[in-house]
Design a binder for this molecule. Structure first.
Ligand SMILES: C[S@@+](CC[C@H](N)C(=O)[O-])C[C@H]1O[C@@H](n2cnc3c(N)ncnc32)[C@H](O)[C@@H]1O
Ligand code: SF4
Length: 376
C-alpha cells in the first residue's frame, strides 16, 4: 500500500488582511493596507522559496483573513508566487471569498488563475444575526452567490449557528436559504466565543448546550438526503468533499505558508509567527515540534474520527504498524455502541456524533508504544 504520509500533497497559504474585524474572530488578521500587502507578498514569496521542496501538490487552499480583499494587481502578484509551485493535473485550488468582494472581475481573475473552488463566508442570511456577528448585512447575498455560480460549480458556504439569542426558527430559515441556492458544500460552525474577541470582552454568553444540540440535529436532519454528512461540521454532494481539508483529517502532511499558518511535514508540526512585523522581517517560523509516536497516533485517531466514515482499519495498520481493533479503548467503546466497526472502518456511531469530542478525548494519554508491542 502507498505510504500516504510519505510526500506532501497539500499547501495552505494565509492572507491575513481584512477591512473590518468581526466580533467573534480569533484568526490571525490585520487591517488591510496596500503597503503592508506589498511587503507581505514579498515575504511570502521568500518563505515559500526557502521551504518548498518542489513536491507535486494536489490541493492548494488560500484562506484568511480575507484573500478576496486583495486588488487585481495584488492577486496577480500572489498568483505569480503560486505559479512557482508544482500543481498536479487533477488539483483542487480553493480561495476564501467574502461576499462584499465578489464581482464579475474578481471571479474571472480567479478562474483564469486556476482557482476551481471558492469558499464563501456567508455565516448567516439573517440581518439580525449578521449584526450580532458584526458582519456586513447590506449585501444581496443571494445575488452575489448566483454570480459565483455563473463561474464556479465547486462552491462552499460557511454558516455559523448557536449565536447568542438565535432561535431554532431562525436557523431553520438560514438552512432553507442555503438549500434554495443549490450549492454543493456547506461547513457549519457552532459559535465559539474566543478570548480576546469583542464578543468575549462584551461578556456575551454561549447559547444553552441543549439548544446547541437541537440546532446541530436540525442541520443534520435538514441536509439529509441531498448532502452527505462526511465530517462533524461538513456536508457535501457526492464528489464535492473538500479534498484539502481531508488532508488534515487523514493526518497527512501539508505545507502552511504565511503569517499564523501551521504545517505538518516529516512528522514535524510547526506554527508560523502570528506577528506580521516578524513575518515581514523574515522570522517566519516559531519552533517546530517533532511528534512522538504517541502524539502521531493520538492525532490519527482524533482527526480520523472527525470523518463520519471514520478510520480505515487496513490503512491505519499499514501506516502505524498496529491493528486499532486490538486496542482496549476501542473494544470498550464498541461495546458501549459509541464506536461502530464495519468491514473496512471504525467510526463514531451516528447516535454519538454530537459527543465526538468526549469520545476523542478517550484516545489521549494512552501508551501506544506498549499497545503496539502487545498488538503483535
Ligand atoms: C477562516 S474563517 C473564514 C474567514 C473569512 N475571512 C470569513 O470571514 O469568512 C472560516 C470560518 O470559520 C468560522 N468561524 C470563524 N470564527 C469562528 C468562531 N469564533 N466560532 C465558530 N466559527 C467560527 C466562520 O464560519 C468562518 O467563515
Ligand atoms: S471573520 Fe473573517 S473577515 Fe472577519 S475579521 Fe475574521 S478573518 Fe476577517
Amino acid at each position: 500500500m502507498e505510504d500516504l504520509k510519505s510526500s506532501v500533497k497539500s499547501c495552505y497559504i494565509h492572507i491575513p488582511f481584512c477591512n473590518a474585524i468581526c466580533a467573534y474572530c480569533d484568526f490571525c488578521k490585520v487591517y488591510y493596507s496596500t503597503n503592508l500587502v506589498s511587503d507581505y507578498l514579498t515575504a511570502l514569496d521568500c518563505e515559500i522559496s526557502k521551504y518548498y521542496k518542489g513536491e507535486v501538490l494536489d490541493t492548494i487552499y488560500i484562506g484568511g483573513g480575507t484573500p478576496s480583499i486583495l486588488s487585481a494587481n495584488e492577486l496577480n502578484k500572489l498568483f505569480n508566487i503560486i505559479n512557482k509551485l508544482n500543481i498536479s493535473d487533477n488539483y483542487e485550488f480553493t480561495l476564501e471569498c467574502n461576499l462584499e468582494d465578489i464581482s464579475e472581475e474578481l471571479l474571472i481573475l480567479l478562474k483564469n488563475n486556476r482557482v476551481n473552488r471558492i469558499s464563501i463566508g456567508v455565516e448567516s442570511f439573517n440581518k439580525r444575526i449578521l449584526k450580532i456577528l458584526s458582519r456586513r448585512y447590506d449585501i444581496d447575498i443571494i445575488d452575489r452567490i448566483n454570480l459565483c455560480k455563473k463561474y464556479f460549480t465547486n462552491i462552499n458556504i460557511d454558516l455559523m449557528y448557536a449565536i447568542p439569542s438565535e432561535t431554532i426558527k431562525e436557523l431553520e430559515t438560514d438552512i432553507d436559504n442555503f438549500l434554495s441556492l443549490d450549492i454543493p458544500h456547506i461547513s457549519t460552525y457552532s459559535l465559539i466565543i474566543e478570548k480576546n474577541t469583542v464578543m468575549y470582552n462584551n461578556k456575551l454568553k454561549n447559547i444553552d448546550e441543549d439548544i446547541d444540540y437541537e440546532m446541530y440535529k436540525l442541520i443534520i436532519d435538514k441536509l439529509k438526503g441531498k448532502y452527505k454528512h462526511y465530517e462533524i461540521s461538513n456536508f457535501s454532494e457526492l464528489g464535492y468533499e473538500s479534498r484539502h481539508n481531508l488532508t488534515y483529517w487523514n493526518n497527512e502532511y501539508y505545507y502552511g505558508f504565511g503569517v499564523g499558518a501551521s504545517g505538518y511535514i516529516d512528522d514535524n508540526r510547526y506554527d508560523n509567527t502570528r506577528s506580521i512585523t516578524k513575518y515581514i522581517a523574515g522570522n517566519y517560523r516559531l519552533e517546530g515540534k517533532k511528534l512522538s509516536y504517541n502524539e502521531t497516533i493520538e492525532n490519527a485517531f482524533i482527526l480520523g474520527f472527525r470523518k463520519l466514515d471514520g478510520i480505515n482499519i487496513l490503512e491505519f495498520e499499514s501506516r502505524y504498524d498496529f491493528n486499532p481493533l486490538k486496542l482496549d479503548i476501542v473494544k470498550k467503546l464498541v461495546c458501549e455502541n459509541k464506536l461502530v466497526v464495519d468491514e473496512y472502518n471504525i467510526k463514531i456511531s451516528n447516535d454519538y456524533i454530537y459527543l465526538s469530542n468526549d469520545i476523542m478525548c478517550e484516545f489521549l494519554g494512552i501508551n501506544y508504544q506498549i499497545e503496539k508491542k502487545n498488538n503483535k
